[in-house]
Design a protein around this ligand. Sequence first.
Ligand code: JCF
Length: 717
Amino acid sequence: MSPPAAGSLQGGRSSLGGRQAEGTAWGHTASGGPAQRVADLRREIDEHNVRYYVHDEPSVSDADYDALMRELQALEAEHPELLTSDSPTQRVGAAPLVEFGSVRHAVPMLSLGNAFEPGEVEAFDRRVSDTLRGAGLLDSDARVAYFCELKLDGLAINLRYENGELVQAATRGDGQEGEDVTANIRTLRAIPLRLRGAPPRVLEVRGEVLMNRADFERLNQAQATRGEKIFVNPRNAAAGSLRQLDPRITANRPLRFFAYGWGEIRGVPGDAAAPAQAGDASLPRDTHGGMLQWLAGFGVPVNVKHNRQVLGAAGLLDFYAQVGGLRPGLPYDIDGVVYKVDALAAQKVLGFVARAPRFAVAHKFPAEEAATQLLGIEVQVGRTGAITPVARLAPVFVGGVTVTNATLHNEDEIRRKDVRVGDTVIVRRAGDVIPEVVGPVLEKRVDDLPPFAMPTACPVCGSAIEKLEDEAIARCTGGLFCAAQRKQTLLHAAGRKALDIEGLGEKLVDQLVDTGRIKSLADLYSLQAEELAALDRMGQKSAENLVRALDQARTPTLGRLLFALGIRHVGETTARDTARHFGSLEAILDADEEALLVVPDVGPVVAGSIRRFFAEPHNREVVAQLRAQGVEPVAEAEPQGASLTGKTFVLTGTMPTWSRDDATRHILAAGGKVSGSVSKKTAYVVAGEEAGSKLAKAQELGVAILDEDGLKALLGL
Ligand code: JCF
């Protein structure tokens, strides 16, 4: 999702439209006048901001939001006497700073102790429980109630409101003193310039400023287009954006904010005189969760969707595991979760050690990013000749494993990121995704490293490397003459989704191709146990197993065989659909483009690719050899029809290979229905990357959740 100004049309009815329809749109009515209209507009704009940033439910299109802003600007220009500093038009107005002033925090900004292992969390709970029992605040057999939240990977900020108005914003700094970033913070629409309701005389709100991953990617793309600085991660981008001396730059950066706590509070309504601090009886609520709800009531964004109250160490570890599962689908980075004793009276008893509270702990996920040395850049040749630069790294522990290689994607990426051999680089490994080099740490570059130059000849076969104008990928032009492409073709054919030849791994393929024993897919079927057993790392037993696996692979389904051939643009699904349509390899071999285009989902690109593949005498020869080796494909099974009759699906997030249209088409074809919202009647939610509120809703309602593979399995694909 993007903020209202970022260019995408959000759903929801425009209240501006509504007003115009009533015929009182411009507010110059007997009861109103410009002052009334200005007040209405401000209220309405603030309301849209709250809906968007606090409730995550956009209620107006960008265009309508902009129209409201323009109307307000015009009225304020016409009636300068109506202008106030908390007007939404005044978010950007301050002149660029020369430097940031410093701010002494009225109440120190704490950090958090860390835990990495379940044992450390259990020890934390034990210490807390013992102390609270000793103080008579916990029954002997009771468990401590904890408030749990996501640990957002952003920057901590203190917002100071006096009489409801934002008067100062400061970074955490060293916890005692931070930088005055008021002018920049005022540009964040997530942060109210004026609190709603009846806030106390002084209210300091503390929370994290962050950037969503999608916004970060978009920002980096725009930066690259303008030839400006690329940020290594969303946190870095958020920090860089807040530390701009020119607030007009910050204003154009998509920053968000969630509150996690408070600082000084004075003059709570109903207790006007007393200063209030954490644990004081004069605070308006007696739990941490209650306090955050109270803050949310003033229009401050609180991450309510993911906050939970749990009991005891088991509850904490359960929350940790749940969030670990949600993490890849969250729109922003988190580096762990935070547990706080919920009862404020108990927090006060527990107190502090050094600069961290004893009543809270951050339970960290394994870091997804780490810095290491870039030792070299080599290029790998893929099945289709695609050349991928690979970073050789000094070993580094990241994402729970030790990484020594990481992808650099392609030449343009290396240039864009300006990564050079010898640099200290940031390496990222998120979940099971292939590790990648995010970018160099420029401050650590020792002078004069030469930029990377792509080789012009294939390092494996010496053929020319070619890069087409409109393609990002450079390719070796050697085709199957290139040993690297041959090896990759064989490994692809042996893969689980193709011929599924267990035991035919990289080491073996290397030997078979390097010795010239195997030149094509068909040669594989001539392998004998004795010769295999004589190879490196092979015993009699594994040789026999492989020969048995090869034998089984003589009768693959036609779709698997077609997929195994490695025709460009022909994935698993296309291969299967084509196989079902034609029924035999002969028919496919002889099909012209027109005939191929009849297959569902086969367009001109795929049809052309299949046609060209089988027009190549060499490829027809391979097919003939396969037949000579006794390979006999069997007919593709028909899909089990109508198995999903009456079942309603909801799709959310981005799937790895299917678009939503793909998934919808398959579900409908199998008799299912697709709906836009999750309810108890939903049979399945299919959740991809960045799945948001619909996934959460499904979990809440206990609706079954599938990923793309799960959906395919359900469809019998
Ligand atoms: O989300 C965070 N990064 C976060 C940081 C959340 C919290 O509840 C925090 C924090 C830093 C200090 N609480 C404290 C006391």
